[in-house]
Design a protein around this ligand. Sequence first.
Ligand code: PLP
Length: 408
Amino acid sequence: MTNFYKLKNMPYFSQTVQHIRSSEIRDLMKLATRPDIISFAGGMPNNDLFPVKEVDEIILKMDPNLKKTAFQYGPTSGFPPLLEILKDYLRAKGLPVDTHKLMITTGSLQAINILGMEFIDPGDLVLTETPSFIGGIAVFKAFQADIKGIPLQKDGLDLDELQKILEHETPKILYVIPNFHNPAGIIYSPEKRKKLLDILREKEIVLLEDDAYNELYFSEETKKMTQPIMSLDTAGVEMVYTGSFSKILGPGFRLGWMLASPEIYEKAQIIKQGIDACSPNFTQVIAYEFMRKGYLEQYLERIRKEYARRKDMMQKALLKYMPEEVQWQEPRGGFYFWLRLPEGVDSTDILRESIDKGAVFVTGKTFDPEAKRNNYIRLAFSNMDFNQIDEGVKIIADAVNKYIAIHS
Ligand SMILES: Cc1ncc(COP(=O)(O)O)c(C=O)c1O
C-alpha cells in the first residue's frame, strides 16, 4: 500500500476505501453546476410534486403523544404502526409478509448495504444486471465483491447468460431491478420473472429484488406486469425484497424497507443496530400518518399522471431530434429513457459537448458494473420543467449529430 496517498501521522486508508473510486463523470458533472443548465442527470422525484400540503397538515394536526414519539429513538426494526400498515400494503401486492420479516431501513440503499455486510467477503462473486443501479454497484464494490454483469434485454435479464455462469460459478447474490429499471427503464416480462425463479431454485444464492419504482407505472395494463418476483412461487429460492418511500413520498425522508427470511432478518437487525440504531422515527411517524389517512393512494394517482406527461414529452422530443441510428424503448413507468447511440460513439464526448451547450445527462459507463460500455446515455425526465425537455433533448441530439458527422 505504499503508493496510496495519505498525510503524515495518518494511518493508511482501509482496503474498502481503496475500492471506492471517483469517476471521471463525477468530475465532468462539476462543470455542470451552471444555474441555467438543463439537467436530465439526477434520478430523483420532481421538486414541485412533493406532497407538501399533506405533510404540513399531518404535522400540524398530529396527536401530541405521537409527536413526542417522533422525536424519540425507536425500535431497530421500525416504528411498529408503520410496520403494520406497510405489511398490509405489501400483503396486497402478494408479498409473503406473514412468513418473512419486515424491517424499516434508512432508504432502501441501506437495505442493500446491510445485505452486502451479511453475505459478502472480499472476492465473493456478486451478479448484477448490465447496466445496474450505481448505488448497488458501489455497495458491492465497497465490500470488495467480484462483480459480474449479466446483459439486460428488453424483457429482463439474459437468462441464458445467467445459466452459463451458474454452471461453473457460485455467486452469493444476484441483484435485479425488475420494475422500471434504473437506468434501463425496462420492465421484466411475467415469463422471465417465473423462469428466473426456476433457474435459481435449490441454488445457494440470494436473489435480491430491488423494487424502488414499483408504483410508478403509466397505465393499468402495465400495472399488471409489476407484480414482484417475491410474490410468485419462490419455493427453494432465498429472496430478499427491498422497497422505498423515496419515489412515493420523498427521498428526504430516508425511508425504505427490506423483507427477508427470519434468518437473514435476525442478522440484519444486529448489523443495523451498529449502523444507526434505528431509522428516523420522525419521518416514520409522518409516513405512517400519510398511509393511514389514505394520502398515499391519492398522491400516487397524481404523480403517475405527471411523470407520464413528462415521459410523453421526452418521447416526442427524441423522435423529433435524434438521428435514426439512436435506439430506445419507450418507458412504461419510472423516471428514465436509456438511449443506445451507434456502436463506437463515446457518450463521454457527447456529454462534454452537451454540457458546453447547456444540457447534462449521465453516461452509460457509470452504470456498467465493469465500467466499460459507453455508447449509452440515461436521460431522467422526472425532475424536469416541461418547457425545458424539448430544448434539452435538442441540445443532446445536436451533439450526437455533430459527432456522427465528424466521425463518418
Ligand atoms: C433502483 C434503485 N434502488 C434503490 C435506490 C435507493 O433509494 P433510497 O432512496 O430508498 O435509498 C434508488 C435510488 O435512486 C434506485 O434507483
